[in-house]
Design a binder for this molecule. Structure first.
Ligand code: GLV
Ligand code: MN
Ligand code: MN
Length: 336
């Protein structure tokens, strides 16, 4: 079975449109069962840890890990996370050493990798994560592959706006305290705050409007905030300016200089440009790096303008094949 056929099989779980394997769902479990079967077929010894992370070990150097995650956002793409797992199975099988991991719940705050790092088990001695770029930088540079310098810091939380529920037909416009109208103003302010800090971004992606009737003035609105910035200072400035309590802030995570060099050398050895770029998306590699595990990430060019977290997410078979070659060669150097 080819790597792209495996991606298709994972993508079909849950029936579409898009990938629908949210953390904790039957669909995430099904993806882990599929991947466990592929790991066994590759001759790996399969283990599931207390957090549900799936790890396939080769007989040698099982302390060197490659991999990613199998959960997805709602209506996500074919490649995000899944590519790193199926490519990791292939790399470990080709090299005959190392381990491949499928982490749980990356999209909801790296649940699985955080559990691993906080759980007292022995951590890997190195971690490589292959992932789609999820942005346009590599396509613009005409480069199939890139090496990540570091992963952005991010913080997530919830804010609530209180208003006064009332009758949509009988309450005059000047007598209203509409919580959704107030939240709309706050959301515009959050956009402007992020735009005013270099390299920062902020997103409101979920709104819960109460009581939620078409003919009822909204009385309360809860909304999510996802805020990101390239360094601790700017992340702290952004959080303070938005005015929310992050549930589990994740600091920016630089990637290992030694592992980055290995990836760069393997890319340059194939007469390709070795573009270095930061990651604006969070990744399990950031959690491992922050726990002291030397970690690095190899990015594959995203097509379709770099769109991700969408069924339109796309990378080419040629680029993915190159990425698997580079991952395999890097793993061979680290784990032999
Ligand atoms: C993970 O995809 C993230 O939200 O950065
Ligand atoms: Mn991902
Ligand atoms: Mn994602």
């Amino acid at each position: 079975m080819t790597l792209f056929e495996r991606l298709d099989e994972l993508y079909a779980i849950g029936g579409g449109p898009g990938a629908n394997r949210p953390h904790g769902s039957r669909e995430e479990d099904e993806a882990h069962e599929l991947a466990a079967g592929w790991m066994r077929e590759a001759g790996l010894e399969v283990e599931v840890d207390g957090a549900g992370n799936l790890v396939g070990h080769a007989v040698a150097r099982a302390d060197v890990w490659v991999g990613s995650h199998l959960d997805s956002v709602p209506q996500g793409g074919r490649f995000d996370g899944a590519l790193g797992v199926v490519a990791g199975i292939e790399a470990v099988a080709r090299v005959g050493s190392g381990s491949v991991v499928a982490f749980r719940g990356e999209e909801v705050g790296c649940v699985g990798s955080r559990a691993l790092c906080g759980g007292g088990d022995k951590l890997p001695s190195a971690f490589l994560e292959l992932h789609v770029e999820q942005g346009p930088v590599l396509a613009t540079a005409c480069a199939p592959l890139g090496v990540v310098t570091g992963i952005v810091g991010y913080a997530r939380g919830e804010l609530v706006v209180e208003g006064r529920a009332g009758h949509a037909g009988t309450t005059p416009m000047d007598g209203r305290d509409d919580a959704l109208v107030a939240a709309a103003g706050e959301i515009l302010r959050i956009r402007d705050v992020a735009a005013g800090i270099d390299g920062a971004v902020a997103t409101v992606g979920q709104l819960t409007v109460e009581p939620g009737g078409t003919n009822v003035i909204p009385g309360r609105v809860r909304y999510s905030v996802d805020a990101r910035a390239p360094d601790e200072e700017r992340l702290a400035e952004l959080i303070a300016a938005i005015g929310f309590e992050p549930s589990s802030p994740t600091g920016p995570a630089p990637m290992s200089p030694e592992l980055r060099s290995i990836l760069r050398e393997e890319i340059e050895g194939r007469v390709l440009p070795a573009v270095e770029l930061p990651s604006g998306a969070g990744h399990d590699a950031g959690i491992l790096a922050s726990a002291g595990v030397p970690s690095a990430m190899l990015f594959v060019r995203s097509l379709n303008g770099g769109v991700s977290h969408s069924p339109d997410e796309l990378s080419s078979e040629e680029d993915v094949a190159l990425a698997v070659e580079v991952l395999t060669a890097a793993l061979r150097r680290i784990a032999e």
